[in-house]
Design a protein around this ligand. Sequence first.
Ligand code: LMR
Length: 414
Amino acid sequence: MTMTAPAAKMKFAPFAEVFTAPPDPILGLTEAFRNDPNLNKVNLGVGVYLNEKGIVPVLSSVHEAESRLLTQETTKTYLPIDGDANYNRRVQTLLFGENSALVAEGRAVTLQALGGTGALRVGADFLSRFAGGASVYLSDPSWENHAQIFEFAGFDVKRYPYYNAETHALEFSAMMTSLEEAKSGSIIVLHACCHNPTGADLTQEQWDQVVLLFQKRELIPFLDFAYQGFAVGLEEDAYAVRLFAQAQIPYLIANSFSKSFSLYRERVGALTIVGTNAEEANRVLSQVKRDVRSNYSNPAAHGAQTVAIILGDPELRSLWESELTGMREHIRTMRVRFVEELKARGVEQDFSFILRQSGMFSYSGLTKDVVLKLREQGIYIVDSGRVCLGAIHESNVGTICAAIAEQLGESVEC
Ligand code: LMR
């Protein structure tokens, strides 16, 4: 039987006013990259680590843990709302270290989340219900997605100075002045390491000053920690996270294992909230679980259980740590190669600031005009000039630098 909709219904067009959204500045670029037929194209947009073959690798530690999981798994029943308890405990150890007083006191609650983004969004939803009316401050610049995460959760989003693109340096005193002026109870998003997009991190001494300021001004820190292990090492990169723990400041951490375990599509992260005592932390947990339940009910198991297997097995953990070190060191080597190669190709502009940055990204200082021209040559860089160094290898560094040199009008044959 064929159904004929009544004609009157055709006039009902509730979405007629919906306008087309601009492509996502980062993931939209990946879509454009995929559609580009150029065989020599390079995607330096999205933050992923690629191997020499241009592939995001499955780490050997992950491969092994996944095979174990496949043979050992006995059920596909739901995970709890807050995720896999074993995974959550292991996340806390990575964040706060072995023998953390904060963990022993039960002041931290951790919920498995859908990557760092999912953790940020669940945290934002919770804050919008319990710290409503507060403003959220992001670094200027910050990760392109931060603003819409907090805006969509209903917050007024402001900026604090962070980085001067002209001098390629942090604007630390301007940052401190701005935070000093923020209303008490404001939520301040901080990048715990490997600042995205600039690659410019605070020194330990600067973090010490930041924590004192947060104590004095009673600000709520929300730490975005997506790159643990990509700056110096797993322990060293947790400096800021652990400093806030010692300072007894209530705070939130959104962490991700997308990069450190190369598990991007499995969406593995966690939201951790630190309260003033265990009883308060548990009340908080009960509420955040409602945010999860109303969003996606409970998380997917595969990625988190894979990470838990690796972290719980000394041999796999040491294999993973060596693979992580390999990625970190490769990116560092490529920073050097990138700067050398630009120079060798005749670029006189000083790019040595790239050597002082850490993590996957560099705010290269390339203008939007140059970025758009490079895109026509198959080299994809975010409009802001953020370059993902994790995608640069010996096999493409020459092509990339030659194209940049050409666009800067400083090209010489190599
Ligand atoms: C990035 O900044 O490129 C990554 O964190 C991926 C993303 O989701 O934007």
